[in-house]
Unconditional design. Structure first.
Length: 70
């Protein structure tokens, strides 16, 4: 295995591990919400379907890949 191939393999492996750890961190930081609490939140603020999509920032790419949200 050449040096460049090894370097690329290490980079990809490191990215994968960092991505997994970032997902774990996000899961740990999101607080648990019971069904009752979720119902109270939706009663007070409405459900996401009731809001315009321009009012939201999609953070999926950031959580999965570490890229900036659009």
């Amino acid at each position: 295995m050449e040096s460049n191939e090894l370097k690329q393999l290490v980079k990809e492996s490191l990215r994968e591990v960092l991505r997994e750890e970032r997902l774990k961190l996000c899961q740990v930081l999101i607080p648990y919400v019971s069904d009752k609490e979720m119902q109270e939140i939706q009663t007070k603020l409405g459900s996401p379907a009731e809001h315009k999509t321009t009012e939201f920032i999609n953070m999926t790419d950031w959580v999965k890949n570490g890229t900036r949200p659009q």
